[in-house]
Design a protein. Structure first.
Length: 250
């Protein structure tokens, strides 16, 4: 029974890694989408290189490269400069940074596609009314991008949650790491890996329910007709009144 609670308690570590990675991935995704759509060739090339490399290399390989290769390169550079200190990366930090980098590349394409799906006429109309780029981005682009990107964002989040199991190879005591140790100690691998699968299924199912609720709310907001401006309302009322008056006169 102690092993069961020990495994379940590690679920909080898995959630922390997933949420930390998601925040980093969102930031990188927004930055990457902006870079690709900015019009600058150099910055767009950097973003394209980033997404191509990350999506073309297995997640586990990237994680091991960062966790083992990063400190090795840093220590070599410090040694060349005459420093005797050594650099080590915490498994928790390595997991968040690596997963954030990986899924930031996928969210870059998700956000980029969502921004391209916004009608250009809305942005042009906002510019014609004198709105600055920041206000256009905050009031027009960002809300619609969030709505259009939500289905792809949901899929990315689900894959990210499942990919957190990779951090167990770094020695981080997440749910997968403790399940493996419990399975070896009790010789009951089916029990503990089934429990691990149930925890992941619970997290992903709850996530789908919440994110689909947001999708429905976003769809309802998009279908709701915009309120008619006061000037247009007054004009329509005056037109209707004039029409009724002419009919009475005839």
């Amino acid at each position: 029974m102690d092993y069961l609670w020990n495994v379940l308690a590690a679920g909080s570590v898995t959630l922390e890694v997933a949420l930390g990675s998601l925040l980093l991935a969102i930031a990188l995704g927004l930055l990457g989408a902006w870079a690709k759509l900015s019009g600058g060739r150099a910055i767009a090339a950097v973003a394209e290189t980033y997404t191509t490399l990350v999506r073309g290399v297995p997640d586990l390989v990237l994680m091991l490269l960062f966790f083992y290769g990063g400190p090795a390169l840093a220590n070599l550079a410090l040694e060349r400069m005459g420093f005797e200190t050594t650099v080590d990366i915490d498994p928790f930090v390595a997991g968040i940074v690596t997963l954030g980098l990986i899924f930031g590349a996928y969210l870059t394409e998700t956000f980029r596609g969502a921004i391209l799906g916004i009608p250009k006429g809305q942005i042009e109309a906002a510019s014609a009314f004198g709105l600055g780029r920041l206000r256009i981005g905050w009031r027009i682009v960002l809300p619609q991008m969030a709505r259009l990107a939500l289905p792809g964002f949901t899929n990315t989040w689900l894959v990210l949650v499942k990919s957190t199991a990779l951090v167990s190879v770094l020695g981080l005591e997440d749910i997968m790491f403790r399940a493996k140790n419990a399975a070896q100690a009790t010789r009951q691998p089916f029990t503990f890996f089934l429990l691990t699968a149930a925890v992941y299924l619970l997290i992903t199912t709850a996530s789908v329910l919440v994110l689909r609720w947001f999708e429905r709310r976003g769809a309802q907001g998009a279908e709701r007709p915009a309120p008619m401006p006061a000037t247009a309302t007054a004009t329509a009322t005056a037109t209707a009144t004039a029409t009724a008056t002419l009919k009475d006169a005839t």
